[in-house]
Design a protein around this ligand. Structure first.
Ligand code: B12
Ligand code: SF4
Length: 529
């Protein structure tokens, strides 16, 4: 380049810089008004709940959308531009990072590897990083570097952050002194996601649980007085999803939907009305404590509102272990409780735990037997792990039995983070025996058939599979499981029997076949870890 060109270039650059600095200051004013916020949900590893092996049958990418980020988006100042990238359904592009002024990242402990990676990429490109969600709220590990960290619920702290930010006084850590009332929780920004990529939508009605199970961190994070949204708030969320065209499963993600029974009882008539008026577009599922079985009226109204599945924390059939875990609500004959809930048309899913101090030597056989007899197809069996801040954590710490903070956040991987009473090798191999047994196709299909039998339905389940979509799903499943798969005989035995008895429940039947495949594949991939 000649000297002349250099001089001219310097001149151009000077002029450019001059105008840019003008622009910068002008842009700063516009900046706070039109801040661009990229919301990122890190990737989940393969777990029981990822349903990764079942999703391709449905042509879906992920089961649940990131409700936390859609809620956070609803709390942002109106003028902000926002985009959401869920790494479970798409990749994060550099251009998306470059677009943003701030990157908001959520995550559970189970997502921490991917979360760290997103933080690193955002930082490398000079972005402001804001973290929130269960991982940064409850971990005792060293957190990744972030400009701002939100611990706990954000309904009061996020609006405060933006006020502080405008004044140039934003803090590094935000933690609300009190848990916010859910009246402050906005209708989640469901429009930010591509609904077609998910097999289920989610909403939240309450936070917290009145019980005090020793291993539970929910009560430490969300409290023991369940707070609920109002009926109007809930119906507004239902309306929003319906307007966006959603039809099919809707998960009410509460820790314990019946935690605040007084309010739930008031909600049910409105929920039933809404479903009736709108032609039952959603088939509902939720989580509840086992004492749901004691409440006939609630069971009946849940049936009328279109609840099809409920996840229960059964944990163990051993009374001494339940006592140890302070799970007093799981009293009486648990098999009868399950059967009663099933008789109201709700498939029971449940969590089970091994590794309690009081577990007898034959705990593994007893768990297998219970799962068989209860006809719970989707049984999530985990090994007891101590989560930071729980009563269990504190007791084990006092007893000198903690083995460090190395929790993975995934209790279905055969690891323990404390010294159990039972020989650890025996515990792990017993746990693996349970998993290998309950997820053989024969065992799973037997439970699924029995569950279909026990859950009579008044009307067909809302689903997304009509016309071509239904035919494609059916073909994918029958070809993969009925032709290519080594376990095809078990598949056909189940399919023919189920179709003969429950031909009007084809969606459920196919879902069970896909689930049986997922759980078996996952078990195989875990091997004897
Ligand atoms: C629904 C749910 C699921 C669903 C759906 C998960 C999903 N894809 O979103 C399913 C059933 C799949 C699931 C699975 C698991 N889950 Co889960 N799940 C929940 C549950 C019940 C509700 C989550 C939710 O949607 N809440 C509603 C939103 C609005 O609330 P929120 O997430 O807390 O968000 C608020 C704040 O945290 C904050 N916030 C959140 N993110 C961000 C980000 C920013 C930037 C900011 C500013 C604020 C902010 O603002 C929001 C509004 O206040 C929670 C318990 C709970 N009460 O939250 C457990 C919970 C999150 N799950 C948990 C676990 C352990 C798991 C599993 C690992 C279990 C397992 N053994 O496999 C798996 C892993 C997931 C997987 N895919 O494999 C733990 C996480 C613990 C931890 N410290 O990480 C929780 C807290 C339950 C518990 N017992 O402790 N889970
Ligand atoms: S019932 Fe469930 S949410 Fe409630 S304290 Fe026990 S484990 Fe936690």
């Amino acid at each position: 380049m000649s000297d002349y060109s250099r001089v001219s270039l310097a001149g151009i650059l000077f002029l450019h810089n001059y105008y840019s600095s003008e622009l910068v200051s002008r842009r700063t004013i516009v900046y706070t008004n039109t801040m661009k916020i990229l919301l990122v949900n890190p990737e989940f590893p393969e777990t029981y709940w990822s349903f990764r092996h079942a999703l391709p049958f449905e042509g879906k990418r992920s089961v649940f959308p990131p409700l936390s980020l859609m809620t956070v988006s609803g709390l942002l100042p109106q003028s902000c531009q926002r985009r959401l990238v869920d790494l479970n359904v798409e990749q994060l592009k550099d251009s998306q990072i470059d677009w943003a002024d701030m990157i908001f990242i959520t995550g559970m402990l189970a997502q921490k590897e991917s979360l760290h990676e997103v933080v690193r990429r955002g930082k490398d490109r000079g972005k402001l990083i804001v973290l929130g969600g269960p991982y940064v709220t409850s971990t005792i590990e060293e957190l990744p570097y972030a400009d701002h960290i939100f611990q706990g619920e954000a309904e009061t702290t996020l609006p405060q952050f933006f006020k502080d930010y405008e004044r140039g006084e934003a803090k590094r850590i935000y933690k609300a002194p009190e848990r916010p009332p859910l009246s402050l929780s906005p209708v989640p920004d469901f429009g930010l996601i591509d609904l077609k990529k998910y097999s289920c939508m989610s909403v939240q009605y309450s936070r917290g649980c009145p019980f005090s199970c020793e291993f539970c961190d929910i009560i430490e994070i969300y409290g023991r007085s369940p707070r609920t949204k109002s009926n109007q708030q809930m119906l507004a969320e239902f309306d929003a999803l319906k307007q966006l065209g959603w039809r099919g499963p809707l998960f009410i993600v509460d820790d314990n939907f019946i935690g605040n029974k007084k309010n739930v009882r008031l909600l049910m008539p409105d929920l039933i009305d809404w479903q009736k008026k709108n032609g039952f577009p959603f088939s509902l599922l939720t989580e509840a404590s086992v004492n749901l079985a004691d409440d006939d009226d609630l069971l009946t109204s849940m049936r009328h509102a279109g609840f099809r599945r409920v996840f229960l924390g059964i944990e163990t059939p051993v009374e001494e272990s339940l006592k140890e875990a302070q799970k007093t609500q799981n009293r009486g004959n648990l098999l009868d409780s399950v059967r009663k809930i099933q008789s109201r048309g709700m498939e029971v899913m449940a969590g089970f735990i091994v590794g309690f101090d009081n577990d007898p030597e034959d705990i593994f056989e007893r768990q297998i037997e219970f799962i068989r007899e209860s006809a719970i197809p989707m049984a999530m069996v985990g090994m007891l792990n101590a989560l930071p801040d729980t009563q269990l954590w504190k007791r084990l710490e006092r007893e000198g039995r903690l083995l460090g903070s190395d929790a993975t956040g995934n209790n279905t991987i055969a690891t323990v983070n404390f010294i159990p009473k039972m020989d650890v090798e025996k515990l792990i191999s017993g746990y693996q025996t349970i998993m290998r047994t309950i997820y053989t196709p024969r065992e799973y299909y037997r439970r699924a058939l029995e569950s279909l039998q026990r859950t009579p339905q008044d009307f067909p389940e809302a689903h997304q599979y009509h016309g071509l979509k239904a035919v494609t799903a059916l073909l994918r499943i029958t070809f993969k499981l009925g032709v290519l798969d080594a376990e095809r005989r078990e598949f056909w035995r189940f399919f023919i029997e189920a179709a003969r008895k429950h031909h009007d429940r084809m969606t459920e039947l196919l879902r069970h076949a896909a689930m049986a495949y997922h759980f078996r594949k996952l078990n195989e991939s875990y091997g004897d870890t």
